[in-house]
Design a protein around this ligand. Structure first.
Ligand SMILES: Nc1ncnc2c1ncn2[C@@H]1O[C@H](COP(=O)(O)OP(=O)(O)OP(=O)(O)O)[C@@H](O)[C@H]1O
Ligand SMILES: O=c1ccn([C@@H]2O[C@H](COP(=O)(O)O)[C@@H](O)[C@H]2O)c(=O)[nH]1
Length: 238
């Protein structure tokens, strides 16, 4: 199977070598089992700290996004440091380079690419570019909710959502540099057009990523193609 894993920066936890190592072990294990694996790493708290400071200093949103991109690439280098020689030696800066690495049987690693988006969109675009079978968003919350679960304890998780419905759920989330969303708007639109099978889950425990790849089981949110006749319904929090 061809898999793209989107690892949120807060999930990678760059200040915790054990956590970075655990994510690398899972990604490498999947590659050893014969899967083709690409990883896209987010900026997390470190990116937000830089963005916050630079905003105070008067930087504009594009400059802030560039800071974010640089931080995601630093985090991507951390993941590469924890991976074996099977991984490409540096974060790919474009989809062709990442795709070529995957064709050579390497684990491709990316961070951000360009201002105005997040690594969620990079992950969706890479998944579309390489015709991935599965796109996993390993994020800091257990899926997509009907409201921000960090703000609203009554928020309910969607067990299944069409890509179009996902666009509606996240449409009102601000898109300033460093903003938080389970999946960003551009990513949702790319998922909608590509129809790639997508799962959003709590990736703080890397074994959840392994489980969804190997068994299909997860407690997150399935993003299904718009034309699916699968029922879409609400699920209570586990
Ligand atoms: N409807 C929603 N459903 C789920 N999470 C939401 C929703 N709206 C806002 N959020 C916020 O999105 C956050 C998850 O995205 P966030 O970008 O912070 O983390 P990430 O995916 O781990 O990436 P990174 O840490 O690299 O930015 C949650 O902490 C939550 O507060
Ligand atoms: O392609 C990209 C990727 C990221 N950014 C900026 O970096 C931050 C942090 O990235 P996350 O994926 O949210 O962790 C993001 O908010 C953007 O400001 C970008 O501009 N382009």
């Amino acid at each position: 199977m061809k898999i793209i894993v989107s690892l949120g920066g807060s999930v990678l936890a760059p200040r915790d070598p054990d956590r970075v190592g655990a994510h690398a072990t899972v990604i490498e294990g999947l590659a050893e089992e014969g899967h083709t694996v690409g990883a896209v790493v987010g900026g997390g708290t470190v990116a937000r700290e830089y963005i916050h400071t630079a905003r105070e200093l008067g930087a504009n949103e594009i400059e802030l996004d560039q800071l974010g991109v640089d931080t995601t690439r630093l985090n991507a280098r951390l993941l590469i440091a924890a991976l074996s020689e099977r991984a490409a030696t540096r974060p790919a800066r474009d989809y062709e380079t990442a795709g070529a690495a995957l064709r050579r049987g390497e684990i491709a690693v990316m961070g951000g690419v360009t201002p105005g988006q997040t690594t969620d969109a990079v992950s969706a675009a890479l998944a579309e570019y390489v015709n991935a079978d599965l796109l996993v968003y390993a994020t800091s919350v257990p899926g997509v909710f009907d409201a921000d679960p960090d703000e609203n304890p009554e928020a309910q998780r969607f067990e299944r959502l069409s890509a179009g419905e996902l666009v509606d759920v996240i449409a009102d989330i601000e898109m300033t540099a460093g903003s938080s969303a389970p999946v960003d708007l551009l990513a949702a639109k790319i998922i909608e057009r590509s129809g790639v099978r997508t799962v959003v889950l709590d990736g703080t425990d890397p074994e959840r990523v392994e489980r969804v790849v190997n068994t299909g089981e997860h407690h997150g949110t399935d993003i299904v193609p718009a034309e699916s006749d699968e029922p879409t319904y609400w699920a209570m929090n586990d």
